[in-house]
Design a protein around this ligand. Structure first.
Ligand SMILES: [Zn+2]
Length: 429
């Protein structure tokens, strides 16, 4: 493979505090150099002037549905969706059928992942079958390449089991990713316990369903010194608990999704089941608190919680629809348009929260364009305006709340290990 020069783009790499017009030299799968002018010699030149070059996005919360739910998504279709969205690496959540709860299942997933256009890092289940009764074989899964542990889809209901899992995670030096939801409080709740739950006479999910487990796990992380990563925060009260944990120096990090940053409970009225997710969309005050916490760095990163479902499942009644929305092919443009262009985040902060920090927290390759690092690169056209069209998704999941929105920040090139896997919206694999 000949060397490639990405010529004349605006390079934004917060991992080395870089923001300016540079050439990037790529060869043997790595970033070789970043300089004001790299000579052509025998290299392939890609003119990216006017475009923005950054380390490839990394999503630490992707549901790929394979094995078991291939009608919703497969490792290959999810991987293609990632490449189309500017992602160079994603994780595979373990709530498949069967659940990824053993070393053998991690190995099988790695075989499947080898055919995908982006890097896919397996996540192992916290408990056997994700049933919450006894810890899964965490050390064995760590040894064969699990990058984290979670029962996502559910929280670990028993405090005793959560504590055992955290101890095992500490021994294996893996983070526990917690879906904070106390089911004795959430019950069969359908949406945020607020105005719309009342209006539609549907059971609500109170904020305490999240905060009670979140507080519990912060205490347990303090005691076990395990790395605890809190997934998809939804409420201002959760941010306050996280702030206390961080002030005390505990090994706790957190993520927020694009939909919790941009939507709120009132959107359920127009979007119906396309605004049904766990945790639920909450008040506009909660949304503002999530945005500020992300800008401040109290919430560390953005993760999509890409949760594909079939159109049939999502187009029935609200009460019967499954929870979750897709995100890989819309995350960057919606966040750029509605957070960066409106001054909530800088573009450098957005790249940091979607690439550099996820790599650092999950200890994954990528998230940087420092010479010598893998050439996992995304190029975006921040000027190009376009309309989000779910029919053009590579994902099998068309369940997006953002269909039809006019946005800017189009992904135009994705490179993984120096190989071009997406160009002008076309994925190669
Ligand atoms: Zn979850």
């Amino acid at each position: 493979m000949s060397e490639i020069v990405l010529r004349g783009g605006t390079v934004i790499d917060p991992s080395q505090k870089l923001h300016g017009v540079y050439d990037v030299l790529i060869g043997t799968g790595k970033v070789q150099a970043i300089a004001h002018r790299i000579p052509a010699e025998n290299r392939m030149i890609l003119d990216v002037s006017g475009l923005t070059v950054m380390p490839g996005l990394i999503d630490v919360h992707t549901h790929l549905r394979e094995p078991g739910y291939e009608e919703k998504e497969t490792v290959l279709t999810g991987g293609r969706a990632a490449a189309a969205g500017g992602y160079t690496a994603i994780t595979a959540m373990p709530n498949t059928r069967p659940v990824t709860d053993s070393a053998a299942k991690i190995r099988r997933l790695k075989q499947l992942a080898a055919g995908a256009p982006v890097r896919i890092w397996p996540v192992g289940a916290a408990s056997k079958g994700s049933l919450g009764a006894e810890p899964a074989e965490i050390a064995a899964m760590a040894a064969c390449g699990a990058c984290a542990i979670t029962d996502d889809g559910r929280g670990i209901q028993s405090a005793g089991v959560a504590r055992q899992v955290l101890q095992l995670c500490a021994e294996s030096n893996l983070p526990l990713l917690e879906h904070c939801e106390d089911e004795s409080i959430a019950g069969c709740g359908q949406l945020h316990e607020g105005r719309l739950a009342e209006k539609f006479q549907l059971p609500g999910i109170p904020v305490s369903a999240e905060t009670v487990m979140l507080a519990r796990d912060i205490l347990l992380a303090g005691e076990t010194q395990a790395r605890l990563h809190l997934m998809h925060l939804s409420a201002a009260a959760s941010v306050e608990l996280l702030r206390v944990a961080k002030d005390r120096g505990l090994p706790v990090t957190a993520e927020v999704t694009p939909h919790h940053l941009l939507l709120a409970e009132d959107d359920v009225e127009n979007l119906a089941a396309l605004a049904k997710m766990k945790p639920p969309l909450r008040s506009t005050k909660d949304r503002t608190a999530l945005q500020s916490a992300l800008a401040e760095g109290v919430i560390d990163i953005i993760a999509t919680d890409h949760a594909p479902h079939t159109e049939v499942e999502k187009s029935g009644s609200f009460a019967e629809a499954p929870f979750g929305v897709v995100g890989l092919e819309t995350a960057f443009p919606v966040l750029f348009t509605f957070l960066v262009e409106r001054g909530v985040l800088t573009i450098d902060q957005l790249v940091d929260r979607m690439s550099c920090r996820p790599a650092a927290i999950f200890r994954l390759p990528g998230g940087t364009l420092k010479p010598g690092s893998p050439a996992d690169v995304a190029v975006f056209d921040l000027q190009c305006q376009f309309i989000i069209d779910k029919e053009h998704f590579y994902s099998k999941g068309k369940n997006t709340p953002f269909h039809g929105l006019t946005v800017r920040g189009r992904p135009v090139l994705t490179m993984v290990g120096g190989r071009i896997v997406m160009r002008d919206g076309k994925v190669f694999s």
